[in-house]
Design a protein around this ligand. Structure first.
Ligand code: ATP
Ligand code: MG
Length: 262
């Protein structure tokens, strides 16, 4: 038994240096083979520890973000979604907007990939060590109402403002009543210029008040904050969900449906 390797293992355990424990045998052999200096070896071991910690924290952040699926920008078919602003989406993927605490709003009909792109950006952010949370508007309302009922609203608001990137999916799918709209407004107001928020919706801004209890004043005040520093990504076109059915002729193409109506 190699006693020194056991002792190093125990020391790594005690000092919580999992990266060192995993990488030092290979790094030590490489150092011996290439006659590295002690300081070069030490630097390589420390780099391995840093990389190991970064990757573990990225996996934790991805897990905690609550993505409903794994989606990537690379998987997004820009040929199918020919109206999607590719350059703008690629720029968003650089995550500079998150560093600038700006927002992004994806608008468009069902199935054009709004959630896909929001998840892809969120996944990129969490993998880069950015504290991210994905939630549907309906779930967020449920949670914030529960927090209010249990007298822990300020704690919940603190949690939501604590995310560097908050993704609120499906605005307008379930219309809110007055109290819910007020709570939603409070969340947007609390995050204003403090963190990035991504939202997705199939409603155009001019009809967002329908989702917020018909309250035009509240909706205008919320959009004012949301859009002050924001990018709006408008995607038009057919649902990707139905593309194979259309190909198979089970559903008529959208254009055909349009002309059938006229
Ligand atoms: N251009 C695309 N390339 C590849 N996959 C796509 C594309 N558009 C959508 N998808 C896929 O189609 C499915 C539906 O997309 P998504 O859920 O993002 O649509 P959505 O715009 O959020 O629709 P909804 O308004 O109904 O929520 C997903 O599985 C997504 O990965
Ligand atoms: Mg969606």
């Amino acid at each position: 038994m190699n006693l020194q390797s056991d002792r190093i293992s125990t020391l790594c355990d005690t000092l919580k240096l999992a990266g060192v424990a995993d990488s030092y045998p290979a790094l030590a052999s490489a150092a011996a083979e290439t006659e590295q200096s002690f300081t070069d070896f030490l630097e390589n071991v420390l780099l391995a520890e840093r990389d190991c910690r970064r990757s573990r924290s990225a996996s934790t952040l991805v897990r905690m973000a609550g993505f409903p699926a794994v989606k990537t920008i690379e998987e997004y078919d820009f040929k199918f979604a020919s109206s999607a602003p590719k350059r703008q989406i690629e720029l968003l993927a650089s995550l500079a907007f998150v560093a600038r605490k700006e927002n992004a709003v994806f608008l468009g009909p069902s199935g054009v990939g709004k959630t896909h792109l929001a998840i892809a950006l969120g996944h990129k952010a969490a993998s880069a060590g950015i504290k991210t949370r994905f939630i549907t508007a309906a779930d967020m309302i449920l949670q914030v109402e529960t927090a209010q009922r249990q007298s822990r609203l300020s704690k919940y608001m603190k949690t939501l403002t604590g995310y560097t990137l908050l993704i609120i999916d499906e605005i307008g799918y379930l219309p809110m009543h007055r109290e819910q709209a007020h709570l939603f407004f409070q969340i947007v107001a609390a995050r204003y210029e403090k963190g990035s928020t991504i939202m997705t919706s199939n409603l155009s801004f001019s009809t967002w008040d329908q989702a917020f209890a018909g309250d035009r004043v509240l909706t205008a005040a919320m959009l004012d904050r949301l859009l002050h520093h924001a990018q709006v990504i408008q995607i038009q076109g057919e649902s990707y969900r139905l593309k194979d059915k259309r190909k198979a002729g089970i559903i008529a193409p959208a254009q055909q449906k349009e002309s059938a109506r006229t």
